[in-house]
Design a binder for this molecule. Sequence first.
Ligand SMILES: [Zn+2]
Length: 301
Amino acid sequence: MKEIANDVYVVKPYDPNIVDCCVYLVDTKSDDGLILIDAGINFEPIQEIEKEGFKLKDIKHCLITHGHLDHFGVCHRLKEFNKNIKFYAHELDTKRIEQKPTEPYPNQFFANYKYEPVKITRKIKKDNEILKFGQLEFRCIHIPGHTAGSVAYLLDIGEKKILFAGDIPGVAINIGDGDLDQYIRSMEKLIALHIDIMCEGHEDITQPAEKVSRFIKGYLKFNKDLNSVVLENPYNTKVILSLALQSYELGWYSSVVDFCNYLLEVDPKNSDAKELREKAKKQNPPKIEYVKRLIEENYKG
Ligand SMILES: [Zn+2]
């Protein structure tokens, strides 16, 4: 557990080998106790806070960024330690948190996950709603795009603006939960806020402000490109190669291989794709095997 700023910690940092979200903790130093931002699908790292002198029973609030299982999967475990814990999420994303899934989760990683629903204590309805805990104020920025009810929580601690942002990378194209036009507007809204420290759902912490802005713009381009290939022109080799290169920069090596393989189907002689694919293969990401093992070990039905 690492302190990011005064009384703000990262409990579960980004780990490229695990499909889970990052989890953050804020100590309100008041009767409001500890606040967790997202909970993820793996409880062990959260338990570790006790080694740092915090108590699980003092987690009194959990702010959920959006309705994807990898962000709220272990919320029910938090109730074992404090049955009065309050959960917060945008009203457009609460359904999946409050109900047991009627079908297995579509994602291969979560297919056998046993989820116990929790009730959302406060449903966020408006953009810029304020949540007050002790002396701290969190502004709820509604950022639809990745899902309809995605929320980023903005904490202004005087000299620094910290944003707990959920899934900025997306995917936010016009299929499934995504909506590209909304995503573009949401990301432009975030850029205008001049965030100093970005605490993201599946990435390392980004700072200072200038890097945060570059980070958001990078994902804006990625999602625009992805949308154009998937939904507009699947044979645009220039954009496919650009997606492969962007993925390489992001460290998404299995995606690089996928994009290059696809590009080589469209354009078998493309030497850039061949070269990049070999480079990515050398990185040998263990992600998928690791996740399968994690689920087999923990969530046997
Ligand atoms: Zn998500």
